[in-house]
Design a protein around this ligand. Sequence first.
Ligand SMILES: [Ca+2]
Ligand SMILES: [Ca+2]
Ligand SMILES: [Ca+2]
Length: 253
Amino acid sequence: MDDENGGLVDFEAVGEFELIEDLRLNYQICDSPSEIECRAAVEPYTPWDQTSQTLQCHLSFGLICFHDDNHNLCQNYEVRVFCPCSVQNVAYNDSAEDELCIGDDLFKVFLSPIMMWKSADDYCRDQYSIDGFDSSLAVLEKQEVRNTLRTFLMSSTVYSHPPKHGYWIGCNDRDIEGTFTWTTGEAMKTQDMVWSSNNPNNKVNLRCADEDHDQDCCQLWEYPRTDPVFKIDDECCTKKKGFICEIRGKCAN
Ligand SMILES: [Ca+2]
Ligand SMILES: [Ca+2]
Ligand SMILES: [Ca+2]
């Protein structure tokens, strides 16, 4: 529930909610989980009941934190549930990925591990800039690339509903607000149709840990949630998401 368009009720204004019944909409969770773990995203090694905040964490409902109980701001919390061994418990393993060639370039789509934008770009460069190939988070300047990737995501039951509701791709406006550039350094041409409606909106959210708390990094966004079309959206760079790497020239010949 940490996305920007939560629904009809603005739950974010009231608190932080990670309800199991809501998580079931996007994650495969067994019918009878045996255990739950809650933790603050910024303090992952502190047990939830030893943080300075007042919240509830229970297997019967998930996690509830009201801003009113916490000086008007709950931290961002994460939950996970455990299932008995005989039951498949999670949909995403440590490196759920698929890949496809578009033209000469190879695109690798990662559901997990989820990472912040910069870490994801570093990962693409570190893992795949070998044998003379150049790699980074994916550049979607070409319409053919954009639409092939969107069609791939939309047509897959698993990839159409990624954890954290989007995939990092290789553009941002961190240097000059409102001017987006690709990871290759080339400018992103202004084409309204490539953006999700009402975006880029540079939405400010105090829970975004970035400087200015605004939105400077690009994702292919799972929106609308029921039938996502994966257009481009600007998002808080320090959120952790799946991502798409591009290895340029890998598919030539
Ligand atoms: Ca900014
Ligand atoms: Ca921005
Ligand atoms: Ca946005």
